[in-house]
Design a protein around this ligand. Structure first.
Ligand SMILES: NC(=O)c1ccc[n+]([C@@H]2O[C@H](COP(=O)([O-])OP(=O)(O)OC[C@H]3O[C@@H](n4cnc5c(N)ncnc54)[C@H](O)[C@@H]3O)[C@@H](O)[C@H]2O)c1
Length: 366
């Protein structure tokens, strides 16, 4: 049985990781958790213990959590600006780590953490778990087997008004509108992992973006009416290139009231796959839309549903992360959500910010 610790008992811990525990039943338990807010640590420990066949010890300091006897690994679910220092402490304690996204705030930190994990012989995996889902493992197999011919273009968007308007959000929305988080790091990152997971490392990025709505008035119940200054770009439009050539275009926005544009379209020489909307994105067993060109004289071209052969063991994509972490720790899966991949995506994000500051000047990626 794998014993895990959780650091940061906030919105995602309760909303997503807790219900995701059922997929780990009989394989892993959360043996301990830590949050600086004592009520959250206790409430999370109680909720975990009620759901698994083992106790969960709550801590309000990091050091005793990391010294909790028998831990195999720790899930770092702190807000983005705390990821690097928290992951450093986890690895320094000799524990394997799964970090929520992003891997770190800077490339230097991402590379330092990757090297630290390697030196210590520890597993260090990072969200988002997009590429570990049944859907994206299937899409990768199908693309590699030539279902669409050579991929030529991917177009994606994750666009909403951000957490200040996400009525159900329980965390602090303000940090998301600063340049320490922003829409690319928070939601565009899912699509960046998808396109680079399917196509490999990109070679160039260019971007435009800026602050289009400089102040928000929160509509979430916990902060209703609070004014939030927007100090980081709330619209970002990225263009990416691969050898081939293959291209991708991604919109990440916290300033889009609503959209009917698909979340992701994958175009190849002979067909297109479309993930049409956010509910389909989250439902890993929902079919996606597929159209293959008909090269015969009678055109039998029509959209049809297509789905992975295997059902998802988890209810939504984020829950594929801790399950993958446990499977790699058990030795039954090879790492997919590698720190190296997360570092490449962070490199794209930082390069896109530089490009946007220079009105779209292309930046070469290492
Ligand atoms: N909320 C979501 O639905 C969601 C979805 C996907 C990914 N994530 C990621 O999960 C992470 C957490 O997001 P959230 O929405 O749960 O935030 P949150 O603010 O609701 O929760 C974070 C928790 O961490 C605690 N915390 C703060 N500083 C800490 C520190 N130094 N050490 C330990 N704990 C600390 C806070 O007290 C809080 O309880 C972020 O990286 C975010 O990108 C969140």
């Amino acid at each position: 049985m794998i014993a895990l610790g959780v650091v940061g008992c906030g919105d995602v811990a309760f909303r997503t990781y807790l219900p995701g525990l059922s997929a780990l039943a009989g394989r892993a338990v959360i043996a301990a958790c830590f949050d600086p807010v004592p009520e959250r640590a206790t409430r999370f420990a109680d909720a975990v213990a009620a759901q698994q066949d083992a106790a969960c010890a709550p801590y309000t300091d990091l050091a005793p959590l990391l010294a909790h006897p028998g831990l195999d690994g720790v899930l770092n679910l702190t807000p983005a600006p705390f990821h690097a220092e928290t992951t450093t402490a986890i690895l320094d304690a000799g524990l394997n780590c799964f970090s929520e996204k992003p891997i770190a705030g800077s490339l230097d930190d991402a590379r330092r953490l990757t090297a630290l994990a390697r030196e210590r012989g520890l597993l260090f995996l990072c969200a988002p778990a997009t590429m570990a889902t049944n859907r994206f493992q299937w899409l990768k197999r199908e693309l590699d087997n030539g279902l669409l011919g050579r991929p030529t273009l991917m177009i994606g968007q994750m666009a909403n008004m951000g957490p200040a308007a996400w009525r159900d959000y329980k965390g602090d929305p303000a940090v998301f509108y600063t340049d320490r988080v922003g829409p690319v790091l928070d939601i565009g990152v899912y699509l960046l992992h998808a396109v680079t997971g399917l196509l490999g490392p990109a070679t160039f990025v260019s971007a435009v973006g800026g602050i289009v709505i400089p102040e928000r008035i929160a509509t979430i119940p916990t902060r209703f009416g609070e004014r939030i200054a927007v100090t980081g770009n709330d619209h970002m439009l990225l263009h990416l290139e691969w050898e081939g050539p293959t291209y991708a275009q991604i919109l990440a926005s916290f300033a889009t009231p609503a959209t009917r544009t698909p979340v992701l379209e994958i175009h190849g020489e002979r067909g297109t796959i479309c993930i049409p909307d956010i509910p389909t994105w989250y439902d890993l067993d929902a079919p996606v839309d597929l159209l293959l060109l008909d090269r015969g004289p009678v055109a039998h071209e029509a959209w049809r549903p297509a789905a992975p052969p295997e059902r998802s063991p988890v209810r939504q994509p984020i829950q594929a992360g801790p399950l993958h972490f446990v499977e790699v720790l058990e030795g039954v899966a090879e790492p997919i959500l590698t720190a190296e991949h997360a570092t490449h995506v962070l490199e794209i994000i930082r390069a896109a910010e530089r490009s946007a500051a220079a009105h779209g000047e292309p930046v070469a990626l290492a």
